[in-house]
Design a protein around this ligand. Sequence first.
Ligand SMILES: [Zn+2]
Ligand SMILES: [Zn+2]
Length: 166
Amino acid sequence: MKGVIYREFSGRPELERLSDPASRSDGVVLKVMASGVCLSDWHGWKGNDPDIKLPHVPGHELAGIVEAVGEKVSNWQVGDRVTVPFVGGCGRCPECESGNHQVCDFQFQAGFTHWGTFAEYVAIHYADVNLVRLPDEMEFTTAQRTKSLMQSGISRMVVRRFRLKR
Ligand SMILES: [Zn+2]
Ligand SMILES: [Zn+2]
């Protein structure tokens, strides 16, 4: 696939040919149809986010189509139109069971803990727990922008502070 990658913090992002992501047994691979950029991506690129390991493909605001499905995923099929929350909880730990996915210790965040959405494809873990179906009539760019408004960089910084305080 083609994707945007940086190899050092504050370094120039380059469009390169990268290996295609594979879906984990509990995850999916999405074909990225829309991807936004926001302040959290900038903080990550500046090196302010300890979850990011180099080299890195940024991007976390997306809308896409399910392209491949792991064998343990039961709720999603190839072709489904989806988006994902800012923080993907594992769905199984005590924090997730109490509804606090945002402080799950095993959380998945495309563009932070793993490669993100500035690429043709992105792997998303914990698909049954986290994928959100898009209404048929909603365009991908509308969905991506809605996600951006609800889940801005500010929310990530608040979450980050909250996690650090615990
Ligand atoms: Zn969890
Ligand atoms: Zn954002």
